[in-house]
Design a protein around this ligand. Structure first.
Ligand SMILES: NC(=O)c1ccc[n+]([C@@H]2O[C@H](COP(=O)([O-])OP(=O)(O)OC[C@H]3O[C@@H](n4cnc5c(N)ncnc54)[C@H](OP(=O)(O)O)[C@@H]3O)[C@@H](O)[C@H]2O)c1
Length: 266
């Protein structure tokens, strides 16, 4: 059976690793046409190649820093040229996955650093706003288009050292809810997928390259994989056009709550 995503334009931010890279391959396997953005362009090149091998109709990539309005606008101009080129059969964006983001540090508020706080708000909150504002004019009305934001269980509950990351993802959740209200009547679907512990480069980034500290996060437990989330994103985007998956929390079985994780003795 032909996938509803075949030949549809899918834009994924943060496609250079983790969920975004896995999503590129998963949407590629449906025959989608990909627009991939992140700061590490060398990584995007590899992801684009792998996505083509997986079945992507086309896979394009371009530098994107969601922390910069100028970079977002340049990226969208580039995307618009591809989507609306004479050889493009479908001249609109079908899926926007606002995935770029992450945590920086695990400091208490008392010991927090401005650079970490600013990086988290820039990518997880302002990045989602900038990308959505810029991409909306490219999205078709009443064609089953979707904006899927990546939130987190951190947006639903706080933990020590997570004040700003939790605030950022709670912000993402409320932006998603407001946007759904604002886009009522356009046929554009708006939802958030909110994962728990998943083993990607997330913890390596949070602990600034300290692999031992990052490894401890997943010690003795079975975390989600990037592929698990990619599969869910494809499922959300391929529901019938009248179905909106509003909010989806997905955790590993070994994580009953944010700080309640079952760990096997090693
Ligand atoms: N892993 C988890 O446990 C988990 C759980 C819940 C939610 N999340 C969320 O899931 C999303 C993806 O994270 P991940 O787990 O896949 O981690 P990851 O492997 O570190 O991937 C993060 C991606 O975001 C991109 N990114 C970060 N800042 C960016 C910026 N300013 N501009 C453009 N791209 C940027 C990175 O690309 P470049 O560095 O190349 O720019 C990378 O591709 C994030 O929003 C994260 O907060 C993760």
């Amino acid at each position: 059976m032909k996938s509803p995503l075949k030949d549809k334009w899918v834009l994924i931010t943060g496609a250079s690793s983790g969920f975004g890279a896995a999503a590129a391959k998963a949407f590629g396997a449906q025959g989608a046409k990909l627009l991939l953005g992140a700061r590490r362009v060398d990584r995007l090149k590899t992801v684009a190649e792998e996505s083509r091998k997986a079945g992507a109709g086309e896979a394009h990539f371009h530098f994107l820093d969601v922390a910069s309005t100028a970079s977002v606008e340049k990226f969208i101009l580039w995307a618009k040229k591809l989507v609306q080129s004479p050889k493009s059969k479908i001249q609109s964006l079908h899926v926007l996955v606002n995935n770029a983001g992450g945590a920086h540090g695990l400091s208490t508020v008392a010991e927090g650093r401005d650079t970490d706080w600013e990086a988290m708000i820039q990518s997880n909150v302002l990045g989602v706003l900038r990308m959505t504002r810029a991409a909306l004019p490219l999205m078709a009305r009443d064609a089953g288009a979707s904006i899927i934001n990546i939130g987190s269980v951190a947006g639903h509950g706080a933990y020590e050292g997570g004040a700003v990351y939790c605030a950022a993802k709670a912000g993402e959740l409320q932006i998603t809810r407001a946007l759904r209200l604002e886009l009522l009547g356009t046929g554009i679907r708006v939802g958030t997928v909110d994962p728990g512990l998943a083993e990607t480069e997330f913890s390596l980034v949070r602990f600034k390259g300290d692999a031992a500290a990052a490894g401890k996060v997943y010690e003795g437990m079975n975390p989600l994989t990037a592929g698990d989330i990619a599969e869910i994103l494809v499922w959300v985007a391929s529901r019938p056009a009248h179905v909106n998956i509003d909010e989806l929390i997905v955790k590993p079985v070994d994580q009953a709550a944010i700080g309640k994780v079952f760990r096997r003795k090693l």
